[in-house]
Design a protein around this ligand. Structure first.
Ligand SMILES: Cc1cc2nc3c(=O)[nH]c(=O)nc-3n(C[C@H](O)[C@H](O)[C@H](O)COP(=O)(O)OP(=O)(O)OC[C@H]3O[C@@H](n4cnc5c(N)ncnc54)[C@H](O)[C@@H]3O)c2cc1C
Length: 1012
């Protein structure tokens, strides 16, 4: 089974191939334990329900917590709260109804988290048909137990549903006795309830075996003399039960079923073919079963004349040329077997479609153990370690195969594996994209810019995971590596990273069971870093530095696959709850992938050499048209353009001389343009600002405009790039990028302290297919500009949601009725025409629902994401003002005499110039560092640096400009020079994008959190 088909299951469960586990082996294990235990006879097996026959509430809670972003362990803690007298136990004894329980339980959880917790949805999930399903392995075991004449019972702490029936999602006919706490008014571990169960079975304690997942319940049973089995994992528990009972609890070949009608293959011609192939004369009937897995390439179990075989075929119908290439699977397994890699023994490839309708191949059925749970329950720590070491060793073996010697040089393209893979998965993701997932967008930008240089080309498995390995039943030895569907030639490190996915996923993750919440040291399982080191050591390679990249890519790939599942589920093949859950999983995994990208960014940043101004650097500051941009439209990003691998290692550029030649050229052109066209135009611009026509754009600016980098447009463009839908981008982003429209950002409100964005009160209410806005805003920069077409509006959609989920962002066209501009505000008397800073009322402003950005409740997140780039632009402008002020000051003090000598010869003036230069350079370095970190590791990772520059730059500029004003004398305050205006702007920027204190608080918080 390949990773794609594993996600195709409607209930998102692993499709495990225990099929390869020969049940004879299990019998062997069973009899071994039987002898060991002395072989007493039992007459009944008693099962707990939740955690034994169906998933436990704890496990369901963990899944639900991940999906609802509730801190892990909350539900379990609340269930245990109050012990015997807590709401859960009283509910189990039917002392309170389901409604009463949910009320109390909800209150308890909400008190614990200080926010409302939707426990009703947990209860619905717990009791849903999807979740509350008996484990097939238990159904099989019960059938076998009863077939042997033993009794079976359920002894469960259980509850009544709101319909007054007890919650029993089981087939009652499977049990002789059912004892439920809610019916008896007593719960386990009260001894009376065990006695009641035994009484109804008519047995002595020693004649029964009791299975439960809770130690306290087992302890009491054991005290009464009942034999007990602790259930961590149903499969392992059944094996233990088999050992006690002394007979097999499995029917037939595991994970197989009768062949589906639509999947039947002609038995007669297959039998004839196999007789010829195997050279056998007489056979009994051919037994044919179908494995549950192998949706992509149907897979069958065959038993003929005591031979256990597996047949894998192409699916019927018209196929894409490169898909379902079973010939490749056959080829690689045959070649690898010759190279000593453990693989199933392939017997024949039959490309003649007349035999069973499609080409197929046959291999031997490989007996052994497949470990489905990566935490390896029931094993000793040393055994676990040995299993992971064996996994690592076999991977090294695969990657050490001499391609030429085994004739696999043409099995795939040489080199460029990761770039091709990234392209493939980006394409797959785009094809199934349903809405913008910010982390996916960032990864799509980031991955191509940080491609590692491929060191080696080897066979890569493409889906190398623990559960694709068949192990020896007693030794930590891999007997066969399965599922070669995605194999090719490529970068071996991709396989190493992929085999560590489980290390970073929680054990409750519904698709891929993980171990990130397990104590690996205690379990004996090597941590991912150690696993990587182990690989490098075995391969004789230097330690892999950039494995965070490979992890980011592996999770990106999983997220792209999940998105495909989500899209298919939206087409109606699954329930809406299911679809919603899958959607959340994609986001969860993409965030994990992004975390690795951030870690990689930090690693590169830490190792980054600071460039010598004389040496070459590859750094650029703007990115041209993105090759990944799906619409082919222009894209804007603060991510640098890069030649893969080079730029990610490019040093921090600190002077124009160390810019790359094309960027240096751009820099000089811009400088020339400023000197020739912009500075000389300042007086004319000033007179326009003082004229009656000032609220219309100055024709001079329209003529000069080249950079299109004004606030708040750049921040809004960034917002649209990151979070906008394709339709939103087409409507708003393109005109903004082309400089044909302007925009504003409306967050601040006069009635609340807006430095805390969660205070924002303006209401956004749903009404049919519209949102209706009411609110009062002020300091809305740019709103008075006649070209302003878009207002990015922040308001509250749900005042009862958790604090950071109440706000949403809407795109409001400026010509929507109800937007009333009350007045322009002034900054020290400056109006900043024609954009201005407006005070505005929004009265019943109706906006179509599709104008919501990212979704309701995401406003805070968007505002945060937007501010990073916006802030750094402000800081860069401030450095520009400061440079300009210092240049004006220097010219002035050289030409003006006081007390018999030029001002420049006065000591205090010299000290001021020196001080200003130092302060500008200090701030510039910090800003460049922040920008570089944003490019390498993203805005989130650069949060501390962004807060630091916001603290530093405006006050630095205020001081530098103030010194220049002082040196100018009174003229510095006049509008004859730009200094007064610069000063005003620098002062205002100590508020705009949040006051200094808020940034200081952020710096201090991060300092205390991350540094010793
Ligand atoms: C020129 C200019 C342009 C602007 N443009 C826009 C715009 O386009 N869109 C928009 O929505 N807003 C804009 N603003 C508004 C700006 O974002 C807010 O003024 C800023 O967020 C502060 O909010 P407030 O004015 O409500 O101050 P308050 O939140 O009332 O804060 C007042 C003071 O309290 C103190 N304080 C606050 N928090 C803390 C803390 N954690 N620790 C210590 N002290 C604290 C600070 O001294 C702060 O100055 C602009 C402001 C200016 C001056």
């Amino acid at each position: 089974m390949c990773v794609r088909s594993c996600f195709q299951s409607p209930r998102l469960q692993w499709v495990w191939r225990t099929a390869f586990l020969k049940h004879t082996q299990r019998r062997h294990q069973g009899s071994h334990r039987w002898t060991h235990l002395g072989g007493s006879t039992y007459r009944a097996v008693i099962f707990d329900m939740g955690g034994v026959l169906i998933p436990s509430p704890g496990r369901v809670a963990a899944e639900w917590e991940v999906q609802n972003r509730i801190p892990s362990g909350t539900i379990l803690k609340a269930l245990m709260e109050g012990g015997e007298n807590g709401p859960w136990m009283r509910f189990m004894r039917a002392e309170i109804t389901a409604e009463g329980f949910l009320r109390e339980f909800g209150r308890l959880c909400s008190e614990m988290l200080k926010t409302s917790v939707p426990v009703d949805s947990f209860f619905s999930l717990l009791t849903s048909e999807r979740v509350a399903k008996q484990f097939p392995v238990m159904t099989e075991a019960i059938t076998q137990i009863r077939a042997k004449g033993l009794q079976t019972a359920v002894l469960s702490n259980n509850f009544y549903l709101p319909n007054q029936k007890s919650f029993l999602p089981l087939d009652r006919k499977q049990f002789d006795v059912i004892v439920e706490s809610c019916m008896e008014g007593i719960c386990k571990p009260d001894p009376r309830i065990y006695k009641l169960c035994l009484e109804q079975l008519g047995l002595q304690p020693s004649e029964s075996i009791f299975l439960d997942d809770l130690g306290t319940n087992l302890k009491e049973a054991a005290r009464l003399g009942i034999h007990t089995i602790k259930v961590n994992d149903p499969e392992t528990a059944v094996k233990e039960l088999e050992a006690l009972l002394g007979f097999t609890l499995r029917v037939g070949v595991p994970n197989t079923r009768p062949v589906k009608k639509t999947m039947e293959i002609p038995k007669d011609s297959l039998q004839k073919y196999l007789k010829d192939l195997l050279g056998i004369q007489t056979t009994g009937p051919l037994e044919l079963l179908q494995f549950d897995h192998g949706q992509s390439n149907p897979t069958y179990y065959i038993r003929l004349a005591n031979r256990d075989l597996v047949l894998r075929k192409k699916p019927p119908g018209t196929l894409l040329p490169s898909a379902h290439a079973i010939e490749r699977e056959f080829r690689i397994m045959k070649a690898l077997a010759n190279a000593g890699v453990p693989v199933p023994n392939v017997l024949d490839l039959c490309e003649d479609s007349s035999v069973i309708g499609t080409p197929f191949y046959v291999m031997e059925y490989c007996p052994g153990l497949i470990y489905k749970d990566p935490s390896l329950p029931g094993l000793e720590p040393s055994h676990r370690r040995a299993i992971y070491t064996a996994m690592n060793t076999v991977l090294c073996k695969i990657h050490s195969v001499d391609l030429q010697a085994v004739g696999l040089e043409d099995y795939g393209k040489q080199g460029d594996y990761i770039p091709r893979q990234v392209r493939t998965w980006v394409k797959q993701y785009r094809a199934s994209e349903t809405s913008t997932i910010p982390a996916m967008e960032r990864l799509i930008e980031w991955l191509p810019l940080h491609l590692p240089r491929q060191q080696r080309t080897t066979v890569v498995h493409g889906d190398f995971r623990l559960d694709n390995l068949v192990f020896h039943p007693e030794e930590p030895e891999v007997l066969a590596v399965l599922d070669w569907e995605l194999s090719t030639l490529g970068d071996p490190l991709a396989d190493v990273a992929y085999s560590c996915l489980a290390h970073y996923l929680p054990s409750s993750f519904p698709v891929l069971r993980g171990i990130n919440d397990c104590d690996l040291t205690q379990l004996g399982i090597p941590a991912a870093e150690e696993y990587f080191r182990m690989y490098c050591l075995q391969m004789g390679l230097p330690p892999t530095e950039n494995w965070n990249f490979y992890m980011a890519f592996s999770f990106f790939r999983v997220a792209a696959i999940l998105q495909g599942v989500y899209k298919r589920s939206l087409t109606g093949q699954a329930s809406s709850t299911y679809a919603e859950q899958t959607g959340k999983l994609t986001e969860f995994v993409s965030n994990l992938a992004w975390d690795f990208a951030v870690k990689e960014g930090f690693r590169v940043f830490k190792e980054m050499p600071f460039t010598n101004p004389l040496t070459r650097s590859y750094h650029t500051w703007a990115r041209p048209q993105s090759q990944w941009c799906p619409t082919g439209s222009r894209s804007y990003s603060s991510v640098p353009e890069a030649s893969p691998a080079h730029t990610s290692r490019g040093g921090l550029v600190i002077s124009p001389e160390s810019l790359s030649p094309p960027v240096r050229e751009l820099y000089h052109r811009l400088k020339h343009f400023m000197e020739q066209r912009v500075y000389p135009a300042e007086p004319e611009l000033q007179s326009h600002q003082a004229s009656a026509a000032r609220w219309s754009p100055s024709p001079l600016i329209e003529d000069l405009k080249v950079c299109n980098c004004s606030a708040p447009d750049t921040g809004n463009m960034e917002l649209l790039v990151r979070y906008g839908t394709e339709a939103q981008k087409a409507r708003w982003l393109i005109p903004l990028l082309e400089g044909k429209a302007r925009s504003c950002f409306a967050m601040t409100e006069p009635q609340v302290a807006s430095s805390d964005a969660t205070n924002i009160e303006a209401s956004i209410r749903e009404e049919d297919s519209f949102y209706v806005i009411n609110g009062h805003k002020w300091w809305i920069t740019g709103i008075l500009d006649p070209r302003c077409q878009l207002c990015v509006f922040m308001g509250k959609t749900d005042p009862h949601a958790p604090r950071h989920r109440q706000q949403s962002v809407l795109l409001v066209p400026m010509d929507t009725p109800g937007i009333k501009i009350i007045r322009p505000l002034t900054v020290y008397g400056l109006e900043d025409a024609p954009g201005g800073h407006g005070e505005v009322r929004f009265e019943h402003v109706r906006v179509p629902k599709e104008n919501m950005v990212l979704g309701p409740g995401r406003g805070f997140e968007i505002a945060q994401g937007r501010l990073g780039p916006g802030r750094i632009h402000h800081c860069m402008r401030l450095i520009g003002f400061s440079e300009r002020a210092l240049a004006l000051m220097k010219a002035r003090v050289k030409s003006r005499l006081a007390f018999g000598k030029p001002l420049v010869e006065q000591g205090t003036v010299l000290a001021d110039i020196a001080q200003s230069r130092v302060e500008i350079e200090q701030a510039r370095l910090l800003v460049l560092r922040a920008a570089h970190l944003m490019d390498l590791a993203g805005n989130k990772a650069a949060a501390l640096d962004i807060a630091m520059i916001k603290m530093v730059a405006p006050s630095m500029a205020s001081r530098v400009i103030d010194r220049a004003i002082q040196a100018f004398g009174a003229a510095g305050l006049s509008s004859d020079y730009p200094l007064a205006q610069f000063f005003t702007w620098a002062r205002a920027l100590r508020f705009a994008d949040g006051p200094d204190e808020v940034h200081r608080a952020t710096v201090a918080k991060l300092e205390l959190k991350h540094r010793i």
